[in-house]
Design a binder for this molecule. Structure first.
Ligand code: GAP
Length: 566
């Protein structure tokens, strides 16, 4: 598991270093929206570039060793709203949500207890119970209710009406001494003012007030196009990039003459009006996805599903995520969507959660999406695929090689489906921001190293894989004299066209190292007295602190080898 990190401290570190800022911070921020600073934008770009390079331009061979055909797309964020009716998002893309009658805030019903566990008032109140047994002292709770509770949870029943609430709680606890209430039941008791009228109530994580019934809350963000704002001009900001791929499936086939199996990839912004954005950038309202829709013959779909599931997990490991922190979770049969033959969530053990959380979903979507668009667009013929290769391979088994003529012989449906069918789709769908957050969490390390005088000091370092590191190398002149700055600048300029490198001639070398360790720069290259005599430099490794002496002419190859070992 990654080392537990204090997320507030971590978010501050990310801000101070220029990885991630709160959006519109000077106006108080906006919930669920984030900006990437100078280091963060490089990190996220490296992640997206690595995905594009490894999945679209240079995917590894398929399950039978065959080349994989992949192409990319870049679709508009706003599409014809009929797309979202066909995909089912307009009708069903909603989360169960409960409204607080005290402060009016909404909370996701299916995540209530996890959100409550993080709430300020709950964390304060829990200190007043005896750990493990959950026993309590009425006077202590009364004191909390009249003190801290007034400020933290003004609408909690325990705060509004402590005598009555505590009397109900005592009746429950004393009435069944052999079955003490769970923490959840205890929480419901202190949230209930009129037990007989309402039954046990669930409290609001914000103010403690009672929550109403769960109702579906659409996640679709709306806007309008044109001059008039009415139902006709209503449009949606896409909640996933996938639908742009499905609606362009025929265009891609026609313009590229690709044959099955093949994949179409797209990365870009998606928007969801999340009820409870939380855990830093983990659940945002604006985020980027990296999605592949891989189209194949239905008979081969399970093989391709397994291929993508395994490949995608491996990809994260090749970029430095430890295998033990990556947990693929195959959904149980009763969790699957009706059209799916399998879905695996590749989960990551984020340090803010006790449970692993989804990084990417790899889903077998069957022919659901293409069939929906075939039916809704009225262009079914555009979505049927004729597999010419399979047809020609079986030529010897028929008297005619004309599919049309053969169809007149009324062949059985299963025989036709071998040649003409709606492709099945395997969808590996990853989040660029979620993976960026995972990479930041995974890289964050605190250790102790000796300073220039041998005194041990604490340092924070970001152990990014060199391929993802925002800055690949920093170049320092040891001192600002004897031609060292000029030599260092020369090396910097020769590396700059190839890598994101940084020149730093300010302050003591030790301090320059620390700054780069915090930025996650894998190599610090120093020009010293010896450089002037033999054209060699020292290259310091961020993680091991080992210094190699390398010829200036070999520095580029040294960095390249670290980026793409093997
Ligand atoms: N087309 C399938 C699809 O969109 P999803 O599981 O809803 O599936 C795929 O989303 C990925 O997108 C997730 O695994 C996650 O990495 C990312 N994602 C989804 N909602 C997100 C949010 N609110 N904030 C950040 N990333 C999100």
């Amino acid at each position: 598991m990654p080392t537990k990190i204090d997320m507030a401290k971590f978010a501050k570190f990310c801000k101070d270093m220029g990885f991630i800022y709160q959006s519109s911070e000077i106006y108080g921020g906006i919930n669920g929206f984030w900006d990437y600073g100078p280091l963060g934008v490089e990190l996220k770009k490296n992640i997206k570039d690595a995905w594009w390079q490894d999945m679209v331009r240079n995917p590894p061979p398929g399950p039978d060793g065959q080349e994989i055909r992949m192409v990319g797309l870049d679709c508009s964020i706003i599409m014809n709203p009929k797309v979202w009716v066909a995909s089912g998002h307009v009708g069903t893309f909603a989360d169960p949500t409960r409204k607080c009658s005290g402060c009016g805030r909404f909370v996701r019903a299916d995540q209530l207890w996890a959100i409550l566990a993080e709430s300020t008032w709950m964390n304060s109140l829990i200190q007043e119970f005896e750990p493990v047994t959950g026993k309590y002292d009425t006077r202590v709770l009364m004191k909390w209710a009249k003190g801290k509770g007034q400020k933290l949870a003004p609408n909690l029943a325990l705060v509004r009406n402590p005598e009555v609430t505590l009397a109900f709680l005592a009746t429950r606890v004393n009435g069944q001494p052999d079955a003490p209430p769970t923490l959840q039941e205890m929480t419901q008791h202190i949230a209930t003012e009129q037990l007989n009228a309402t039954g046990l109530q669930d409290p609001c994580p914000n103010c403690g007030g009672p929550l109403g019934e769960a109702k579906p809350f659409t996640l679709m963000l709306e806007s309008h196009t044109g001059m008039e704002k009415n139902e006709e001009s209503k449009v949606y900001l896409r909640p996933e990039t996938a639908q742009g791929i499905f609606v362009n499936y025929r265009n891609v086939l026609d313009s590229t003459r690709l044959k099955l199996p093949f994949g179409i990839a797209q990365s870009g912004k998606s928007f969801r009006n999340e009820v409870t954005p939380r855990n830093f950038t983990f659940r945002s309202r604006e985020f980027e996805q990296m999605e592949i829709e891989f189209f194949c013959h239905p008979d081969e779909s399970v093989k391709w599903y397994e291929y993508w599931r395994d490949l995608r997990k491996k990809w994260y490991s090749t970029l430095g995520v430890k295998s033990e922190n990556l947990i693929p979770r195959e959904q149980a049969a009763d969790e699957l969507a009706f059209y799916s033959k399998g879905t695996t969530d590749i989960e990551y053990m984020f340090p803010f959660s006790e449970e692993p959380q989804e990084l990417e979903g790899v889903a077998h979507r069957g022919d659901y999406d293409l069939t929906q668009h075939a039916n809704h667009s009225g262009m079914a013929e555009k979505f049927a695929y004729f597999d010419e290769d399979r047809w020609n391979a079986d030529a010897a088994t028929r008297t005619t090689n004309s599919f049309k003529e053969w169809m007149k012989t009324n062949p059985p449906a299963e025989a036709v489906a071998k040649y003409q069918f709606t492709p099945h789709v395997i969808e590996p769908s990853a989040g660029a921001d979620r993976f960026t957050l995972a990479v930041l969490c995974e890289a964050y390390t605190e250790d102790e190293v000796p300073d220039a005088n041998g005194k041990v000091e604490k340092r924070v370092l970001m152990k990014f894989h060199p391929r993802l590191a925002p800055i690949k190398a920093a170049i320092f002149p040891l001192v600002n004299k004897d031609g060292m700055p000029e030599k260092a600048m020369g090396l910097y300029r020769s590396l700059k066209p190839h890598f994101n490198v940084f020149f730093d001639d300010k302050g003591a070398v030790g301090r320059r190292y620390r700054r780069q360790d915090e930025a996650g720069t894998p190599f610090c290259i120093t020009i010293d007295g010896q450089t002037l005599t033999d054209d060699t430099v020292t290259i310091r490794d961020r993680d091991t602190l080992k210094q190699d002496r390398v010829k200036i002419a070999d520095v580029k190859a040294f960095i390249e080898k670290a980026l793409f070992p093997g």
